[in-house]
Design a protein around this ligand. Structure first.
Ligand SMILES: NC(=O)c1ccc[n+]([C@@H]2O[C@H](COP(=O)([O-])OP(=O)(O)OC[C@H]3O[C@@H](n4cnc5c(N)ncnc54)[C@H](O)[C@@H]3O)[C@@H](O)[C@H]2O)c1
Length: 333
């Protein structure tokens, strides 16, 4: 029996806190957990440059407590963490470019605030269970593919350094104080509710916007290989990681067996949409410095321990996502 088979029973009546819960992945998780009977509270600072959007939570209006606070504010964390069974810690500054232009904000959110959260848990709620969303970006340029958890860590940007430092806090608080946490290193995650205004969260967002507005998709380079996870598969992984006690104290990659070049991805999107165009451009100089070339992950460790694996084919994800924005674009641009 997998955690998902028993999901409804496991989450019924549980107190669940989701940081970054108005964002892309956090809101999708919040909606799922409400459906499973969880008592969900969301913390989100709704900084306009990030992926938070209240429309993301609209279909469960009245069923989710929304707290407009900032995880950097230790004072407000205390009451919010009291009595919480599960914390899904998804709040983050996600733009790699912004982390280079404003490294201190990235430090404060992706690193110092994580220490705040852990320290507050240690003091007032040491039996909490936590899942922390980290990123594949910490590996830097792959030395071999697919990248597994034994791959050297060598971030090419400030964001990767801070996410890795935060991982180390979680490891230490687990080992020293028994704070039960699991770290998932996410690869490119796509689906409804992601930011499409610009490329701050993912280039796929701005590609969808351009597609819907009849502008050509700009592909930089084009031959780089990537793997993608459907956000619903990522939600399954987050729930599995929280539920399965064997994951605590461990770090796992997510990922997908399907690898695709960026040019092929753009072509698939155009074909699914039925119309559109693409232009191949050289990588801009500032981005080239933090580009990682080909990247795809091995998720064998997580699959081996928990049985999780991505189920949704990429074409289905793209089709569903494009259809979502064709209907709801005005809420996201
Ligand atoms: N989407 C991906 O492809 C991807 C890949 C790797 C890792 N991740 C990680 O997953 C997590 C969620 O990512 P996402 O794609 O949903 O991004 P997102 O930007 O949609 O969500 C993050 C949310 O956190 C909120 N937030 C930011 N700083 C905050 C603060 N100080 N206090 C309270 N809320 C704050 C934002 O308002 C936003 O709603 C992030 O930690 C990100 O690093 C995502």
């Amino acid at each position: 029996m997998t955690p998902l088979d028993t999901a409804a029973e496991s989450w019924q009546g549980k107190n669940i806190l989701i940081t970054g819960g108005a964002g892309f992945i956090g809101s999708t998780l919040a909606l799922r957990l409400v459906g499973l009977g969880g008592r969900v509270t969301v913390i989100d600072s709704l900084v306009p440059e990030y992926g938070g959007n209240l429309f993301n939570l609209q279909e469960c209006e009245g069923q989710i407590r929304i707290n407009y606070s900032d995880i950097r504010d230790t004072f407000s964390l205390k009451p919010l963490l009291t009595g919480v069974d599960y914390l899904f810690n998804l709040a983050g500054q996600t733009s790699h470019m912004d982390s280079m232009s404003d490294p201190h904000t990235d430090l404060n959110i992706n690193c110092a605030a994580q220490l705040n959260l852990l320290e507050t848990c240690r003091r007032i709620n040491p039996t909490i269970r936590i899942v922390f969303a980290s990123t594949r970006q910490i590996y830097g340029r792959p030395h071999y593919l697919p990248v597994d958890e034994n791959h050297p860590i060598s971030p090419v940007d400030i964001n990767g350094i801070h996410k890795y430092a935060a991982e180390q806090y979680y490891r230490l608080y687990h080992d020293l104080y028994g704070i039960r946490s699991c770290i998932l290193r996410l690869t490119n995650t796509i689906g409804p509710r992601m930011r499409i205004k610009d490329a701050r969260q993912t280039f796929v967002g701005i590609w969808i916007k351009r597609l819907l507005e009849g502008d050509p998709i700009e592909v930089w380079g084009g031959e780089q290989l990537r793997d993608f996870n459907d956000v619903e598969d990522v939600i399954n992984a987050l729930l599995t990681a929280a539920w399965d006690e064997r994951t605590y104290g461990h770090v796992f990659n997510l990922g997908s067996e399907k690898r695709i070049s960026l040019r092929e991805l753009a072509e698939s999107m155009i074909s699914l949409h039925g119309t559109g165009d693409l232009v191949i451009k050289d990588y801009p100089e500032d981005r080239r410095k933090i580009d990682i070339g080909d990247y795809y992950s091995s998720h064998d460790k997580f699959t081996g321990m928990t049985g999780w694996s991505p189920r949704i084919p990429l074409d289905q994800t793209l089709e569903r996502t494009i259809a979502f924005y064709a209907l709801n674009q005005r809420h996201y641009v």
